[in-house]
Design a binder for this molecule. Structure first.
Ligand SMILES: [Zn+2]
Length: 72
């Protein structure tokens, strides 16, 4: 009988864990979609910060634009 109670407790714990995981999942998606957007100093296109190049305090959408802007 105590074994059955133990099993029941395990099931309840697993269920609660899964439920809290599912609750957290959408929250973890939010930072990815609302990631900081930066503007390319050369062409002005907006792109996620993680995909941009940072050089001399300016953000760029590509290595080519970084070089073009710094060549000026
Ligand atoms: Zn650009």
């Amino acid at each position: 009988m105590s074994r059955l109670l133990f099993l029941l407790a395990v099931v309840v714990v697993v269920y609660l864990l899964l439920r809290s995981f599912r609750k957290q999942a959408p929250k973890q998606d939010v930072p990815a979609t609302s990631e900081d957007m930066v503007r390319c100093a050369r062409c002005g296109v907006h792109l996620p910060k993680s995909e941009s190049l940072l050089a001399g305090g300016n953000f760029y959408c590509s290595e080519a634009h970084r070089r073009e802007h710094e060549a000026k």
